[in-house]
Design a protein. Structure first.
Length: 233
């Protein structure tokens, strides 16, 4: 991870804050703190006091929750430049899920108490935050729709396509997912068993829809996955 981080540059590059004047960015950056977390470290847990919003400087963070018997459901994966914890900034209530570093991760932490004056003085920021929340709600609604209305192959195909939308990097002959996820992690994200994930990845690799290299998945036939994703129960 970088030894020094230009906080103002990070804030100025984010769509929520890029319109702020230089002096406003400077004051906001001065109030932010830098936090480092090792891979698999818990950043916060569901129910913890929600008093900050965080921007990913480097690394990746998963937002997840657990069933009473310990089964993990991954709600979202936040890539570099993404924000999380924004709900707490708006309502100040306890965290609604766990946040875990997927790899060595650097975060810029904005405390609610210091951020609120900027939200009040710049009403377009809360409006943009609402847009982020709406996107999260749409993702949750899609996941619920998948669970209720779609069969397993369709859910796996849709899950891979959603990952491609965030992490896909075009390369010759396909779209490479620039994130290494185990089959268990993919299953936790989609809500399907690891065994089922394994079956479809093997089948679709043989069919030429996918390829897997050292844990990285490349979508070779996006149209085939799109067709599979449309199937309903």
């Amino acid at each position: 991870m970088a030894a020094a981080v230009n906080r103002e540059e990070i804030l100025a590059g984010h769509f929520l804050l890029r319109h702020l004047r230089a002096e406003e960015l400077s004051r906001l950056a001065a109030s932010a703190t830098l936090a480092r977390h090792r891979a698999n470290a818990t950043i916060f847990q569901k129910g913890d006091p929600g008093a900050s919003m965080m921007a990913v400087v480097s690394g990746r963070v998963k937002i997840c929750t657990y069933s009473p018997d310990g089964k993990e459901l991954v709600l979202n994966i936040i890539d570099r430049g993404g924000l999380f914890g924004e709900i707490a900034v708006l309502d100040g209530q306890p965290r609604s899920g766990d946040a875990v570093a997927m790899e060595d991760t650097e975060l810029l932490v904005l405390e609610r108490a210091r951020l609120m004056p900027f939200l009040s003085a710049n009403p377009e920021i809360p409006t943009r935050l609402i847009g982020v929340l709406c996107q999260r709600l749409r993702q949750t609604s899609e996941a619920l729709e998948d669970a209720l209305l779609r069969d397993a192959p369709s859910r796996v195909a849709r899950g891979l396509l959603r990952l491609a939308g965030t992490f896909g990097r075009p390369e010759k002959g396909g779209l490479r997912l620039d994130i290494r996820l185990s089959q268990q992690q993919i299953g936790n994200l989609i809500g399907i068993s690891r065994e089922s994930i394994n079956k479809y990845i093997v089948d679709w690799t043989r069919a030429g829809y996918l390829s897997v290299d050292h844990g990285f998945i490349t979508i070779r036939d996006k149209t085939a996955l799109e067709d599979l994703s449309q199937a309903e129960l």
